[in-house]
Design a protein around this ligand. Structure first.
Ligand SMILES: N[C@@H](CCC(=O)N[C@@H](CS)C(=O)NCC(=O)O)C(=O)O
Length: 307
């Protein structure tokens, strides 16, 4: 099994930026396969079975959906528990939940619609913008997420900036003396906010600005672009790795299941449930092109139904 991580992503994706910076912090060599900012995604769908969000990571014939499990894999590969959302100490879990809840949506919704329009026009052009807007409206339709709008979003964003400014007083990183998953999670909605507003963070947030620059300076490690054929070859020439020993016997192991996010982008992936740990589902998919692949999902924020 190859231990090189392939990241399926696109450059403007903030959740992908969270992972790219983690790879940068660890100075890892990784492979990059870029997909478009909305489906269809023929370079990765055949591997994941249709999970619709980005990023997705691949190690051999194991496919990791959601940055929760991707971060756990980076933590494992680099033997750094501070990168694992389940093991991070201090206020880490609280910071992550906040950054990836209402704050994430507010990072965009707090930006003036005209400025946002300008950003989208510059990055994807008029047609791309229409395609993107239509896609994102559809993506939110079936989920439980209720993104804040207007004044509510602006106030969430401002409280977030103030909270981080205070937390960072007299310290370089949010938890401990080195970057942890709390920093990477706290960073990516701000990165989205800065890119969407096309303006830097207000200089009056001095601690925050310094931390933001420190995080940006971590870079992306050694990124190597690969073709879809190479990613497919990596999957077909590997067998999925051994399953975790500790299982949750309450779950329908060996049965046919569908797993989907509950909040947004609720497209299910179907296969056979081969393992369930307290935090993870692993679904085996039999494919003509790559043989068996194992697709990993976090349990939190995902539903599993039989059949
Ligand atoms: N909880 C997910 C959230 C991922 C997410 O929302 N990603 C955005 C891009 S940053 C997305 O997939 N948007 C829709 C899309 O790209 O199709 C994670 O941690 O990976």
């Amino acid at each position: 099994m190859s231990e090189t991580l392939v990241l399926h992503h696109y450059d403007a994706s903030p959740y992908a930026e969270k992972i790219r910076l983690m790879l940068g912090w660890k100075g890892l060599h990784w492979q990059s396969l870029v997909s478009p900012p909305q489906p269809p995604r023929p370079k990765v769908d055949p591997l994941s079975g249709g999970y619709r969000r980005i990023p997705i990571a691949q190690i051999g014939a194991d496919i990791f959906c959601d940055t929760f499990v991707i971060a756990q894999e980076v933590a494992r590969m680099t033997d750094d528990p501070a990168l694992d959302p389940e093991q991070v100490g201090g206020d880490g879990a609280e910071i992550i939940a906040r950054a990836e809840g209402d704050v994430f949506f507010s990072a965009i919704a707090s930006v003036s619609p005209l400025i946002l329009l300008g950003t989208l026009l510059r990055t994807v052009g008029p047609l791309g913008m229409l395609r993107f807007a239509r896609d994102r409206v559809g993506m939110m339709r079936d989920g439980t997420a209720k993104p804040p709008q207007g004044e509510a979003a602006r106030s969430i964003m401002q409280n977030y900036l103030e909270d981080l400014e205070q937390r960072l007083a007299g310290r370089e990183f949010l938890v401990g003396s080195e970057p942890s998953i709390a920093d990477f999670s706290a960073f990516h909605p701000l990165w989205l906010h800065v890119a969407s507003r096309r303006a830097p963070i207000d200089a009056r947030y001095e601690n925050l600005v310094r931390w933001y620059q420190r995080m940006e300076a971590l870079g992306h490690g050694q990124r190597q672009e690969i073709a879809r054929e190479r990613a497919f070859e990596i999957a077909s020439s590997a067998a999925p790795r051994a399953l975790p020993a500790a299982g949750d016997n309450e779950q329908p192991i060996g049965r046919s299941v569908s797993v989907a996010p509950t909040d947004y982008g609720t497209v299910p992936v179907t296969g056979t449930l081969v393992a369930a740990t307290p935090s993870r589902y692993i679904v085996a998919r039999e494919t003509d092109d790559f043989g068996t692949v194992h697709v990993h999902f976090p349990r939190r924020g995902f539903s599993l139904v039989e059949g």
